[in-house]
Design a protein around this ligand. Structure first.
Ligand SMILES: NC(=O)c1ccc[n+]([C@@H]2O[C@H](COP(=O)([O-])OP(=O)(O)OC[C@H]3O[C@@H](n4cnc5c(N)ncnc54)[C@H](OP(=O)(O)O)[C@@H]3O)[C@@H](O)[C@H]2O)c1
Length: 164
């Protein structure tokens, strides 16, 4: 199973100036819970935004640069190669962004784990449209904002509709 994980606002916004748009500890915990123990694939810009390897996960970073090296991550030159390495490690693999990588992997993903943040914020990076003909929402759990999580948000699961 190949799962895309994303947190997005009401206009599909996901980032601005290579940073996330919010600080939601409950979403960070959710991300950690679903991805820990499995390989994660990300674009070079998302890796640089995080700044260090995510622990307890094989971090596979996609880049076209051939002179870039970082300790503790696997750097590959294409998404195909990233998927190939990840599948060798585990059946459950996760694609964790950013916008550029999401655009190129919606077709190959089986599932989307979306955190829909009830916010409308300035952004320069967006998640692709979730086409309702292709994706069916199979689960939704919503949380109200509190003193640490400053927006209402919902965890949503989408499964790709199987073509007959
Ligand atoms: N809200 C969320 O859930 C979430 C999740 C992740 C990221 N983000 C946000 O998204 C933004 C970053 O997204 P982004 O779209 O700017 O960048 P990105 O997708 O993280 O990374 C793009 C980079 O990946 C490499 N790349 C992309 N396609 C490739 C391919 N087919 N083959 C080889 N390398 C490839 C290139 O690296 P090189 O330039 O090195 O060649 C490219 O510049 C940040 O604001 C971040 O905070 C949000």
């Amino acid at each position: 199973m190949t799962t895309i994980v994303v947190a997005m606002g009401e206009k599909n916004e996901i980032g601005f100036e290579n940073q996330l748009l919010w600080h939601l500890p409950k979403d960070l915990k959710h991300f950690k819970d679903i991805t820990s123990g499995h390989p994660v694939i990300m674009g070079r810009k998302t890796y640089e935004s995080i700044g260090k390897p995510l622990p307890n996960r094989t971090n596979i970073v996609v880049s076209r640069k051939n002179d870039w090296f970082e300790e503790g991550i696997l750097i590959v030159g294409s998404i195909k190669e990233a998927i190939k390495f990840a599948k060798k490690i585990d059946e459950e693999i996760f694609i964790i962004g950013g916008g550029n990588i999401y655009e190129q992997t919606m077709d190959i993903a089986d599932r989307l784990e979306v955190t829909l943040v009830k916010a409308d914020l300035t952004a320069d990076t967006f998640f692709p449209e979730i086409d309702q003909k292709t994706w069916k929402k199979t689960n939704e759990v919503c949380h109200e904002k509190d003193e640490k999580n400053t927006y209402d948000f919902c965890f949503q699961t989408f499964e790709k509709v199987k073509s007959e």
